[in-house]
Structures are given as C-alpha cells and as structure tokens.
Design a protein. Structure first.
Length: 463
C-alpha cells in the first residue's frame, strides 16, 4: 500500500526490510504528549495569525485533546505503517475530524516537529532528574550530619592514607552532585529555544509568529537559524554528557558500597531492601543494587558515545540518521533516574559499623603525617626532615608490631632526642581529624558547617 502522507508520488509500497528499518513509532510513541502540546501551540498560532480559520483550529485542538486522552488511557492503536508518532497522530486526527486535520501541518515539517518534541522531552527529563538529584543530596547530607564525628580511613591508591570523617567522605558526593545539577541546568538553559517554525529546513513563506509558539511552550525565545534548528542534536548530547558524568560519580559510591559491605572491609551493612541472597551460599548478602548502579553507568556513557558517532560528519540539515537519537537517549536518562532512586535508597539504608571503621583508621600508621606535622610545628624541623624522622619512628613501631602511640617516649627519643611527651596529643585518630580544620578539611566542625551550608542552599533553591 502506498503511504497516505506522501502517496502522491509513490505507486509501490516499501520493501519488507524497509518496513522494518524505517519506522520509529515503537520508541517515539514516548513523544506523544510533547507532540500534542507542540501541535496545539502551533495551531493556536495559525489561528491567531489568520493562516487557519478559528473553527478549523478549534476542531484540530479538540481532536488532539481526544487523541491525547486515548493515548493516556492506552486505547490508541499505533501503526508501524504510519512510521512515527507525528504521522500516527495526524492520521488519526484526520479520521476524527476530517479534511480540516490537513491544515495542522501548514508552515511546519516533521523536521522542526521532531526537534521540538525531543527538546520538550529532554527538558522534562532534566527537570525530573534535577529534583531527584536534590533528593539524593539531602540523603547524603543527613547521613553526613549523623556521622560528622565518625572516623574512618581515608584512602589513596585504596591504601589507608590518613584518617577522615565519614561525614566528610559523604559530603564529597554532595559536591559532585551539586556540579552534576549545575551541568544539567547549563544544558537546560541552552536547550530552551524553540525550533518550531523552522519547517523542513529553510523557514516558511507563511507569516507565522514564532515568538508566540515559543512563549506558549515555555521557551525563552525561538531559535535563530532554521538550518541549525532542524539539524542539531547538541542539546541531547549535552544532557547525555551531564548524565554520563553524573552516573560515573554515582558508580564510584556504588563501588565503595560494594567494598564497604564485604566481610573483609566490614565498614557497613545494607538491609534486605537493597541486597539479595545466594541460591547456594546461605551466608551471602550481595549488594546487587550497588552493582547495577555501577554497571548501568556503562550504557549511559554508551548512549553519549553512540550519539556523538551518529552526529559526526552529518551534512546539514536533517537526515534520517537523527531518528537514532532517541532510543539510547530515552534509555540513558531513564536509567539514570533509576540509579538515582536506588542510590538515594541505599544512602538512607546504609548502616555504618563505626567501631570497625575507626579501628581500620588507626591501623597502618595512619597518623604518621600528624607526627611529621608535630615535628615541624614544635621543633621547627623542615618538613622533608620530619618526613624522614617519622619514617624511622614508623619503622621502629613496625618492628615491635605496635601502633605509633604505643611506642615509648625513650624509644622515640632514641631517634629524635627533642621529642617530648606532648607528641601523644597528635597520635590518636580522633585528634588527627579534629586538627584538620583548614578550609575544606575533614574536621567534624567543618563537616557540620558544610552540611548546614548545603542545607541552607538547598532550602533557598526555588522549586
Ligand atoms: N521519525 C523522524 C525522526 O525521528 C521524524 C522526522 C522525519 N523527517 C523526515 N523528513 N523524514 O527523526
């Protein structure tokens, strides 16, 4: 059967493979709501400018509402023969209201239509993600405040480095998520121009009012170049780039959860809500949700890489290649939303073993830097020399298999005679973290100040 939308020139129907490769309705049916909103704004403008009569416009708008309700209710049948969401809706409109439906597509093309629908969908996704990320920040901040004093090992190279507070560690993610939200906000800001009216590629000879449609759809202004409007998908790429970075941030905490809940680390426990058992090993409690957040980062990064490859080298203006922007973008942003939800739940659920964390923080001579700093401060020793002296003190302690604060004063003085008993004041892990009060440092007092600053900041955000 020849196509009812462009059948004029087409006598024969498509090949079977063409019928398989060409349609996008299986996935762009997700754009139904956006497509209807765009069409309603367009037809209202056509009526306002006298391009279409008020009666036809009213019939079109009513028909579109009816289709929207049917799709919402799940009673609309999508047809692959009609290729995509735009033609499915338009064809159905014709069956509802007759020939007047044919006026909707005046001064418009599927090229500006799909660019508009995608912008609207991505914009809504960004708004939902921002809200969810804010919720994740709140979960981290609350946990951080609850554990502002709790000492844990800080790592470099995954080797115990210096003691830090658990609150400080958690607030590191609040900073990352804050920048992630900033990236989404930047993307949204640049995205918020309306391509409707660019038509196929060159604009239109009808005296349309693009400011009117832009305003009606919540855009800051219409896009300024018709070729650019229908041929770029950088707004999808930017959202995916922000999503990829955000997912990789979450994958790092996911990985830390996986490590922390092992019996070997024993730093924390997740409840039954976010773990699974093994069908064969009864003792096991596997952190599946954390592993899946870690893994889903792969497909989100893949969506960004995939669309970059689709877009590179495409000549202006529209090519069907751009139909391939959708599935992976939908999947990536929906996967990210799921990851954020799971992560928020896990952060709330995570039950740290504070005793175990503190013991681990004290092991491995983690206060060696504090000892070196004491030598610098109290004996005015150059840091490099203090580093060397501390190394010898650590070696002496290691030889006796004791901690630094268990080394006798006489033994210390054997290595550096000017050391006094007051050195003990810096050797405990609690003292170590409390002393790190430099701006941005791990001290419990800093954690409280930063957590409250974030709470104020989040509270002052306009909803
Ligand atoms: N389904 C198409 C897409 O997603 C809509 C635009 C089609 N335009 C065209 N000239 N064939 O890109």
């Amino acid at each position: 059967m020849s196509n009812q939308m462009w059948g004029g020139r087409f006598a024969a129907g498509p090949d079977a493979a063409m019928e398989e490769i060409n349609p996008s309705i299986d996935f762009d049916c997700k754009l139904a709501k956006q497509d209807i909103a765009g069409s309603k704004a367009h037809v209202a403008m056509l009526a306002e400018t006298g391009i279409v009569s008020r009666e036809d416009a009213a019939a079109i708008a009513a028909g579109l509402d009816r289709i929207g309700a049917d799709i919402e209710a799940g009673t609309f049948t999508f047809s692959r023969a009609l290729e995509d969401i735009h033609m499915n809706i338009e064809a159905h409109l014709a069956s509802l209201i007759g020939p007047a439906a044919g006026r909707l597509h005046t001064a418009r093309s599927r090229n500006d239509q799909v660019a508009l629908d995608m912008r609207l969908w991505i914009r809504e996704a960004i708004d939902r993600l921002d809200l969810a990320l804010r919720g994740l920040q709140v979960a981290f901040i609350e946990k951080a405040l609850a554990h502002a004093d709790a000492v844990m090992p800080g790592f470099t190279h995954l080797q115990s480095a210096q003691p830090v507070t658990l609150g400080h560690h958690l607030l590191a993610y609040v900073e990352m998520l804050g920048r992630d939200r900033g990236r989404f906000a930047d993307a949204r800001h640049r995205l918020n121009e309306c391509p409707l009216g660019a038509a196929a590629l060159a604009g239109t000879s009808f005296a349309i009012d693009r400011d009117m449609t832009a305003r009606a759809l919540g855009f800051d202004r219409p896009t300024a170049n018709s070729l650019d409007s229908v041929s770029d998908r950088d707004f999808v790429l930017e959202a995916l780039a922000a999503a990829a970075i955000c997912a990789s941030h979450m994958s790092r905490f996911a990985e830390e959860i996986v490590l922390w809940v092992t019996p070997q680390f024993g730093f924390a426990r997740l409840s039954d809500k976010f773990t699974t058992g093994s069908s064969i090993m009864p003792q096991k409690r596997n952190p599946d949700a954390a592993e899946l957040v870690r893994a889903k980062t792969g497909r989100i990064i893949g969506a960004l890489a995939g669309l970059l490859v689709v877009m590179k080298g495409l000549p202006l203006a529209y090519s069907k290649d751009m139909q391939e922007d959708k599935e992976a973008a939908f999947d990536a942003l929906e996967s990210l939303a799921l990851c954020i939800a799971a992560m928020t739940g896990m952060v709330r659920d995570l039950d740290p073993d504070l005793k175990r964390m503190k013991e681990a923080a004290a092991a491995g001579y983690a206060t060696a830097t504090d000892l070196a700093d004491w030598l610098v401060r109290t004996l005015q020793m150059p840091f490099r020399e203090a580093h060397h002296v501390t190394g010898r003190l650590v070696a002496a302690a290691a030889e006796k298999a004791v901690d630094l604060d268990e080394l006798g004063l006489a033994e210390m003085q054997n290595i550096e005679p000017r050391i006094t008993g007051s050195v003990r004041e810096v050797l405990g892990v609690d003292k170590s973290v409390r002393s790190r009060r430099s701006y941005g440092g791990t001290a419990p007092a800093n954690v409280r100040v930063q957590a409250r600053r974030w709470q104020r900041r989040l509270r002052s955000e306009k909803p």
